[in-house]
Design a protein around this ligand. Structure first.
Ligand SMILES: [Zn+2]
Length: 374
């Protein structure tokens, strides 16, 4: 048995105990200890590794990137917990994962848009983990007159209060900007309803998937305005478009694919049908897709069909069994972090290397699946 496997089992045991146990365990793995030091098979892959933690915020988003040297980037904060303000669910889970990852300060916190499942947990989180810099697309454009707009306005107002009271930096970015992150390149490809004007270096081809990809109207909500990030770590490419909508994907992907192929697709909008068009998914052709769905949010059958039909896919992973979809559309249980039943808040953990190889660990089982560089 490899030591790395033992570490995984140990992590699984801790994760199985839930976030509170994690927080109390004192379990700490800094950037120079733990798996990094013992994965002998990966020593040839270059210096350092990227860790990406998909926190279970029950159908919202919260994704923590920890780079070599410990630099951290958190994308979104899940929802507010108004029932348990002493131990709010999502903020507590994110803080526990920060502790697990050795993150004592979130260097950069990206708010993709102002829906409550993305920005809602922010005020409670900043009470637990300090933040160096907040990054967003600028003004909230969704008023209370829009259906579902009231919680958006409330989330925006709570975030503005944090910005006012915080000593952290605040950065508004637009498509084409590069985030001030050192150990990986994070390019903004969408934001505030706009997309990049010119293709990235990896893109630029005519997109054959456009013709058969249906047309849909924009929502007129904050989803259309999501910040989208194209992340490059060595040869590894990761795409996170937040909840960017189907209509806005078309501006990015048709007639010319401005993004190019990626290794990892963080499934847009939790796998709901108003994102994840064939025009996007067929062109980016991910090797691994990770869906931050909830038990009854996202994970639509049509979304499964599109992702699983893409040409290079090795595996789709889910944070939850999608209880509104059938067994045929859910992936194998070994690729799901949280099965139907009492919720354990299990995390999916991705490790990426500079040569383009990666692995994914299921926090529920401890199983790690390796994906060699293409
Ligand atoms: Zn969302």
């Amino acid at each position: 048995m490899r030591i790395g496997k033992m570490w995984s089992v140990g992590l699984a045991a801790l994760l199985a105990l839930g976030p509170v146990a994690l927080a109390q365990s004192g379990y700490h793995r800094g950037p120079t200890s733990g798996a990094q030091g013992v994965r002998r098979g990966h020593m040839q892959r270059g210096r350092g590794e990227l860790k990406v933690y998909f926190v279970d915020v029950e159908g919202g988003q919260s994704t923590l990137f920890v780079m070599p040297g410990g630099e951290s980037l958190l994308v979104d904060t899940g929802s507010a917990d108004t029932k348990s303000t002493a131990a709010p669910r999502d903020a507590t889970r994110i803080a526990a994962v920060c502790k697990l990852a050795g993150v004592t300060k979130i260097d950069n916190l990206v708010v993709t848009h102002y829906h409550s499942d993305h920005v809602g947990g922010l005020p409670q989180l900043v009470g637990m983990v300090p933040v160096g810099r907040f990054i967003d697309h600028g003004e909230n454009r969704e008023g209370e007159e829009v259906q579902g707009g009231a919680p958006t306005v409330a989330g925006w107002n709570a975030y503005q209060k944090v910005l006012t009271e915080s000593h952290a930096e605040h950065l508004v970015v637009k498509p084409g900007d590069v985030l001030p992150v050192r150990a990986m390149r994070v390019k903004v490809v969408s934001g505030d309803g706009e997309v990049i004007a010119r293709p990235l270096a990896a893109g630029g081809e005519q997109n054959a998937a456009c013709a058969a990809s249906a047309l849909k109207d924009a929502e007129g909500t904050e989803n259309d305005r999501s910040l989208g990030l194209a992340i490059t770590f060595g040869k590894l490419r990761i795409l996170d478009l937040g909840d960017l909508t189907w209509a806005k994907e078309r501006a990015l992907m048709c007639p010319v694919d401005k993004l190019g192929k990626v290794d990892v697709y963080i499934v847009s909008h939790h796998g709901l049908v108003n994102s994840g068009s064939p025009a996007l998914v067929d062109a980016i052709a991910p090797r691994v897709a990770i869906m931050d769905n909830g038990p009854r949010k996202g994970g639509a059958p049509a979304t499964f069909d599109t992702i699983e039909g893409s040409s290079r896919l090795k595996d789709l992973w889910q944070l939850h069994t999608a209880e509104g979809s059938d067994a045929k559309h859910n992936v194998a249980q070994s690729r799901i972090a949280n099965l139907a039943g009492p919720d354990a808040g299990n995390t999916l953990e991705l490790t990426g290397w500079l040569d383009g190889s990666l692995s994914v660990t299921n926090g529920r089982t401890g199983e790690t699946v390796e994906y060699p560089a293409p």
